[in-house]
Each structure stands twice: as structure tokens, then as C-alpha cells.
Design a protein around this ligand. Structure first.
Ligand code: NIG
Ligand code: FE
Length: 345
């Protein structure tokens, strides 16, 4: 079976440290939210990422990206969001750009400065949002380091109004926007993002009908992240049937990151999207090809047709549905990147 090269449109592949301790704490009953509130979670990765040199971060991220590439990914998005100050956010984005120069894969970078509140801004989240808007976004734009701007709109992160400020600053610098929204609660972040013509709203387990309507209106892609749902043992399902009925395009991505989705296996996400959320294998595959591309502003890519970009995978399977059906690494027979064979013969 030949498919387009896989598009993983939502990852946090660049980070310092690891969070197995937090994984254990959650198994003992602590929630993702509680861990975040006591200064663990994203903030523990921020400390490790700030301490790491650019080279250390690069060396750590390279095998993670290799794992994706060896499973057929030809386009990947990589977010910052563990630096949370200008220098460290730019450091992360530089590492992401370098990764794309090292391996045969298109890397798109996303500035996620509004991911969490850094300790030095405790009790001043508006002050931090000002830093993101007035310094981080302009610096990333000036250096050409960001292809998009993302936010984490959530009670443990930033409010809808704060995220809206970030979006306005991004758009003033000509950068497209996207949002982590409605993951742990329904704040209306996805609808606000859609009103600003966001490329995508991601997670969206708590998305309601008004959010679906706003996304349909704006043409925003719904990025479904079953790895985080699985890892955090969540129970609130994203509204797949409603999205399907409304015709909102659905993407599927790994969300590969050290906390909520330490999973570096794209085809497992196809499987989880089907088993956990009852997406069809065809929807899941479209989610990691054409709709993943659309979530990155690459409309028309991630498809097989004459004249399309020759990023292709040939798999040792008989039908496309098998890609989602079996959890089995090693089925990629050939990988073609930009018309060149980069795997197999
Ligand atoms: O997509 N939701 C927020 N951000 C990431 C998790 C980051 C982390 O836990 O380190 C996510 O799930
Ligand atoms: Fe994420």
C-alpha cells in the first residue's frame, strides 16, 4: 500500500529531562492538573530545558525525530514552550530548525510561549503575556524562527482573553495561529481561536456544539490527540461524531512530549484514534496526511495525486486500514522524501 508521507502536525519533540516520576505519581492517584499546580508537570520540563545547551537539546531530540521518520513521517511540526523566556524559547526553535536540516523531513516550528506561567512571573500572568506579545513573538518573527504561534488555553495555563492577545500579536507579525484548547475543561478557547481564523484547535475533548460550529465556519482543523487522552487516562471523549457531522476536518497527531504523551509512534496514534474515539481507519489516515497538512497551513499537501509533492510511503500491508488495525513497527518498506528514496530500496 502506498500512502502520502505521514504528517505529524502537533509535537513537542524538543525538551530537557524526563517525567517518569510524574507518570508514577499519576498512577498513585495524582491528576495532571494537581501535578501542574504544585510546580511539577510542564514547569519541571522548563527547568531541565533551560539548563540544557542547544547541543544537548539537539542530541536528545534527534533520536525522537528519527523514530518518527523511520515510521513514515515526512512532515512534522515541533513546538517550543519549555523555555518560557525569550532566549530559551528561541533556543528551542533553533534546535527544531536544525533537526530539519539534519534529517530528511520537513520541520515546521511553532512558538508556544504561552504554554505555562514561568516561576519568575508568579502572580503576574498578564505581565508574562505582555512579554510573549511584545518581545517573544517579535524576536521569533524577526529571526524567522516560527512558522506559527500556539497557546495553551486552560485553567492551569492562560485565559481566553490572554490567548486572544497572543493571537493579535502573532497576526500583527503575519504568523498563523493555533490553540491547545478544551483539553481539561470547556473555556471556549477553540471558538475564540476560530474567530481569529486559527489553523487548528487541538485536544478539544470538552469542545461543545458552539465550538464545533465556530470551527466549521472558520475552516479550522480539529487536531485529535489520542496519546494525551490515553496517557492521562482521561474519560471525556472529543466530539468526533459532531465534528464528522459538521464536516470539520479532523487531524491526528502524536503530541509527542515528556508529560502528557511520551509516545513517539505515529501509527499507534492511528490505532488509538480508532479504538479510543471510534474514528474510522480512513479518517485516522486522512488525519495524519491531508488533514494534518491542513492543520499546518499546507492545504493540498499530504495527498497522492499527479503534481503533488513526492513525499510517499510504501507499507508492507494489504489494505490501508491495516495501518491503524495492527500496532506493529517495521512495516515501512520504502519512504520517498521530495522524490528521493530515503528508506528501503
Ligand atoms: O499538548 N496541554 C499542554 N501541553 C502539552 C503537554 C505538555 C507537557 O505536559 O509537558 C500537551 O498535552
Ligand atoms: Fe501539545
Amino acid at each position: 500500500v502506498m500512502t502520502p508521507g505521514l504528517v505529524d502536525c502537533h509535537t513537542h519533540l524538543v525538551f530537557g529531562g524526563a517525567r517518569a516520576d510524574e507518570f508514577e505519581a499519576r498512577l498513585e492517584g495524582a491528576s495532571y492538573e494537581e501535578i501542574a499546580r504544585r510546580g511539577g508537570g510542564i514547569l519541571s520540563t522548563v527547568l531541565a530545558t533551560r539548563e540544557a545547551s542547544e547541543q544537548t537539546l539537539f542530541n536528545a531530540a534527534l533520536p525522537r525525530l528519527k523514530a518518527l521518520v523511520e515510521e513514515g513521517v515526512t512532515t512534522v511540526e515541533i513546538k517550543s514552550g519549555y523555555g518560557l523566556d525569550v532566549a530559551n524559547e528561541l533556543k528551542m526553535l533553533r534546535v527544531a530548525r536544525r533537526l530539519g536540516e539534519e534529517l530528511p523531513v520537513h520541520v515546521l516550528t511553532t512558538l508556544l510561549g504561552a504554554h505555562a506561567l514561568p516561576p519568575e512571573y508568579e502572580n503576574d500572568s498578564d505581565g508574562y503575556i505582555e512579554l510573549v506579545c511584545n518581545e517573544m513573538i517579535p524576536a521569533a518573527a524577526a529571526e524567522g524562527l516560527a512558522d506559527a504561534v500556539d497557546v495553551f488555553c486552560e485553567k492551569i495555563a492562560f485565559s481566553v482573553a490572554q490567548c486572544e492577545r497572543v493571537f493579535k500579536a502573532a497576526q500583527a507579525h503575519g504568523l498563523p495561529i493555533k490553540a491547545h484548547a478544551e483539553q481539561l475543561s470547556n473555556l471556549g478557547g477553540a471558538a475564540m481561536a476560530a474567530r481569529h481564523c486559527a489553523l487548528s484547535a487541538d485536544h478539544i475533548e470538552y469542545l461543545d456544539d458552539a465550538g464545533i460550529a465556530a470551527m466549521r465556519e472558520a475552516g479550522s482543523v480539529a487536531v485529535i490527540l489520542p496519546g494525551a487522552f490515553h496517557t492521562l487516562r482521561e474519560t471525556q471523549q472529543p466530539p468526533i461524531a459532531g465534528l464528522r457531522e459538521a464536516g470539520v476536518p479532523m487531524a491526528v497527531a502524536t503530541d509527542a512530549n515528556p508529560g502528557s504523551s511520551p509516545i513517539f509512534m505515529p501509527t499507534l496514534m492511528l490505532n488509538l484514534a480508532c479504538t479510543l474515539f471510534r474514528m474510522t481507519p480512513q479518517e485516522a489516515l486522512a488525519g495524519m496526511t491531508a488533514n494534518g497538512a491542513a492543520a499546518l497551513g499546507l492545504k493540498g499537501q499530504g495527498q497522492l495525486h499527479e503534481g503533488a509533492v513526492a513525499d510517499l510511503c510504501v507499507w508492507d500491508i494489504e489494505t490501508p486500514a491495516e495501518l491503524a488495525y495492527a500496532v506493529q513497527p517495521g512495516r515501512l518498506r520504502q519512504r520517498v522524501y521530495q522524490g528521493e528514496l530515503t528508506h528501503g530500496r
